[in-house]
Write a protein that binds this ligand. Structure first.
Ligand code: CA
Length: 395
């Protein structure tokens, strides 16, 4: 390749080569600007606005909001234009290429409604066995619908934001900083397109702009006391981290796979004409050690089925809405997507580097990464999501 972008990380065998082109918002000290990631650089799109024609208005501002409010036709046209511009041999006039180390990536869009699902059979069964050992691990509704809840969009934060250990009420009742702070490795779907209701599975691509990684930080002792009968609340609402860069759905065309069989026919509104499962391979790094490698292809409901379910009652989907898959876990121990499962409720410590851990300690850092197969043997990256635990404040 003889692109004008001189960056060894901008290559087809690298996760952020020209096959990926995720969108984000960076600030180099002069205010936030929409950019596309090229290897280890950011290209602010305002700097090449004259090459983008009518599409420039969608990406000339300080957030992805106008782009999300556009349509699939415009998203695909912009991507095609960018693919062409970044693979040319001569530099487009005015193009500014900023090393990622010189910019701060900020939350790239205004998060609207936030929904978190629970779509890994392995995760749901493991949690059922840990939390309710005397009952069937799966509740009767689980194989019929993608179970979910509405989360707190106001505390969705961008990758790199430190996470303060939360206080809360736990069994006893006692009150204090959580002693069982956990992660959940998830995949998030960033919504866009016209405000709509009752989105059929076949229309998913009109309303899903792209993909991020999500860390749904969870305080298990707070959650375990408060969650019945209405589900997660303060044990999760203190922080939810997402990738700084949104990988467009178009970049994942080669990663589409059928979701696993669920053991009986699905209701008609959840049937897919074309597969929307995704072959994303995740990894969870705890203080630099990989402790798990979950496979997103193991999830029992796709993003299209989740969106169809979420809107089938007439609820709207709007640009900027975010929905997450639920913890991604697989059949083997090395594929469990949270520490509750990896440590089996805290009973089986995990080796992290040269230490043993059950839940997070202050100063711990967790990074979730993912890749997917791209065209012609290339690798598509989903931008990492990272967070470090700060001590609880004194109350
Ligand atoms: Ca979750």
């Amino acid at each position: 390749m003889t692109s004008w972008v001189r960056d060894p990380a901008f290559a087809r065998d690298q996760p952020f080569g020209p096959q990926t082109l995720p969108y984000g918002v960076v600030d180099a000290g002069d205010g936030p600007r929409v950019a596309v990631r090229l290897g280890d650089h950011a290209l602010p799109l305002r700097s090449i606005a004259h090459d983008l024609g009518d599409l420039a208005d969608l990406v000339s501002g300080s957030s992805l909001d106008p782009l999300l409010a556009a349509t699939r036709v415009e998203w695909s046209a912009l991507r095609a234009r960018l693919v062409s511009l970044v693979t040319e041999s001569s530099t487009p006039s005015g193009a500014e290429l900023l090393p990622l180390s010189d910019v701060r990536a900020v939350l790239p869009f205004t998060v609207g409604d936030y929904v978190d699902f629970y779509c890994s059979r392995y995760h749901a069964e493991n949690v059922g066995r840990i939390m309710r050992p005397d009952t069937e691990p799966l509740l009767p509704n689980w194989t019929h619908l993608p179970v979910g809840y509405h989360g707190r969009s106001g505390t969705v934060v961008v990758s790199g934001t430190p996470v303060e250990r939360p206080h809360g009420q736990r069994r006893g009742p006692e009150f204090g900083p959580t002693g069982r702070l956990d992660v959940e490795a998830e995949v998030g779907f960033v919504c866009g397109g016209p405000v709509s209701r009752r989105v059929p599975t076949g229309q998913a691509a009109e309303h899903i702009f792209g993909v991020v990684l999500v860390n749904d930080w969870s305080a298990r002792d707070i959650q375990g006391w408060e969650y019945q009968p209405l589900g997660p609340f303060l044990g999760k609402s203190f922080a939810t981290s997402i990738s700084a860069w949104v990988t467009p759905l178009d970049a994942l065309a080669m990663a589409r796979v059928k979701v696993p069989d669920i053991g009986h026919p699905r209701l008609p509104y959840l049937v897919e004409d074309s597969p929307w499962g995704l072959d994303l391979r995740l990894a969870i790094e705890w203080n630099g050690s990989v402790v798990s490698r979950p496979m997103f292809a193991d999830m029992s409901y796709s993003c299209a089925q989740q969106l169809a379910h979420m809107t089938v009652n007439g609820a709207t989907v709007r640009p900027g809405d975010l929905f997450a898959s639920g913890t991604v876990s697989g059949p083997s121990k090395e594929q469990r997507g949270c520490f509750l499962e990896l440590s089996w409720g805290g009973r089986e410590p995990i080796t992290v580097g040269d230490t043993e851990r059950t839940f997070l300690e202050d100063g711990d850092t967790v990074v979730i990464t993912a890749t997917a197969p791209g065209e012609d043997g290339s690798v598509v990256g989903i931008s990492p999501v990272e967070g470090t635990i700060l001590p609880a404040v004194d109350l």
